[in-house]
Design a binder for this molecule. Structure first.
Ligand SMILES: Cc1ncc(COP(=O)(O)O)c(C=O)c1O
Length: 387
């Protein structure tokens, strides 16, 4: 019997080595890994630049308190703010801490400007913002919150991308709207650009803030953020997962305007932004910022989409819809997603499921077209078997 608490329904398989798009199990099998730690190893397993960075940094300095200046933290914050809408970055260790910090920042902003009654946040039903108590009750998914009451108050859920419902839900107590730009766990549901614009307008008309959760989608769509192409700018953006390339790292990006309440002592983290994490975060950006890197992600995303769409056309009784942008993709299945994923595993390919009978595909951003073809062929082979 395992001594690890059973909060996961783990598959009976362990991996001992990873390289790029592949994982190697302890019994010697090689798997095409389109889980990548759930959208986390953005540069694949053991990317040379990240390995070298960790090796070098681990000989210099691992951890110092945020009570001191951390030069690599300054550097990463500057690179992120130069590239994006944000004026400041607050470093964390995970996605849930980043969303939690976003909630705190929004509430503190209104407290600071003399409107403390504005403390409620509107979210989408079916969302996922993490596993801390506030993040859990922000999404209020019955499956996740059961038994963890009393309820953390301050969140109002509305149906996904329902403009009228959001409009109705806004009250004098609303501080912000917080949504995932691409709902990940909820089934790779992309908030369309016109809806993002509508959200921004609603926030401006009502003097409230827009928080776009990019924990799963940042760097992955062919743009820096999934919302970039919509042309809008949010006020606060939590990010994590891919930004550390597999090393635990989260961050909350925010504008100068909303930063006013966040003075010394209002927030903190022992580990958040330590030198080892910052070295890795900067190394990930070295690659992401390479010329044409994101453009290539877009191209590979289109290539994958085309391959998957061809299969869908051939097997409409197996696959209903292809979802997502760039290299964050979902297959909405007609057949049972779990059964399909099991068969994919027999073909030595790993995927991850989501709500709405969806299978998520998270290739590393450095995936080759040959590897994408391999994935497409394996998916087609399982379709054939199941039809
Ligand atoms: C959109 C979104 N927000 C927040 C989280 C929580 O991140 P973490 O598991 O790193 O705490 C996740 C994790 O899946 C996520 O997808």
């Amino acid at each position: 019997m395992s001594s690890v608490l059973g909060t996961y329904a783990r598959k009976d398989i362990a991996f001992t080595k990873g390289k790029g798009s592949y994982l190697f199990s302890d019994n010697g099998d090689k798997y095409l890994d389109f889980v990548q730690g759930i959208a986390t190893n953005i540069l694949g397993h053991c990317h040379e630049h990240l390995v070298k960075t960790i090796q070098e940094q681990s000989k210099k300095l691992w951890h110092v308190s945020n009570a001191f200046v951390i030069p690599d933290q300054e550097k990463l914050a500057k690179r992120l703010t130069d590239k994006t809408f944000a004026d400041f970055v607050c470093f964390q260790n995970s996605g849930t801490e980043a969303t939690e910090a976003s909630i705190k920042i929004a509430r503190k902003y209104f407290h600071k400007i003399g409107k403390p009654e504005k403390n409620r946040i509107i979210t989408f039903k079916g969302a996922f913002h993490g596993r801390t108590l506030a993040a859990l009750f922000a999404a209020n998914n019955p499956k996740h919150v059961e038994g963890f009451g009393p309820k953390v108050d301050g969140f109002d859920q509305v149906p996904f991308a329902d403009h009228e419902a959001i409009k109705k839900a806004i009250s004098k107590n609303t501080a912000a709207i917080m949504v995932e730009t691409i709902m990940g766990e909820g089934g790779i549901k992309v908030v369309p650009d016109f809806c993002l614009k509508g959200l921004r307008d609603l926030c401006d008309e009502n003097g409230i803030l827009l928080i776009l959760d990019e924990v799963q989608s940042a760097y992955r769509t062919g743009s820096f953020f999934a919302f970039d192409k919509s042309g809008i700018t949010p006020d606060i953006v939590p990010i994590a997962k891919g930004i550390g390339g597999g090393f635990p790292l989260g961050a909350c990006l925010l504008t100068k305007k909303v930063s006013v309440g966040m003075t010394p002592g209002t927030h903190g983290s022992t580990f958040g932004g330590n030198p080892l994490a910052m070295a890795v975060g900067n190394a990930v950006l070295d690659i992401i910022f390479e010329k044409n890197f994101l453009k290539n992600v877009e191209k590979k995303g289109e290539y994958l989409h085309k391959g998957l769409s061809n299969i869908k056309e051939k097997y409409p009784k197996i696959i209903q819809e292809i979802r997502g942008i760039g290299l964050i993709r979902g297959l909405k299945m007609v057949v049972d997603n779990t059964e399909f994923m099991k068969k994919l595993m027999d073909h030595k390919m790993l995927t991850v499921k989501a709500e709405e009978n969806v299978i998520r595909l998270f290739p590393p951003l450095v995936v080759s077209n040959i590897e994408l073809d391999e994935a497409i062929n394996k998916i087609e082979a399982v379709c054939k078997e199941m039809s």
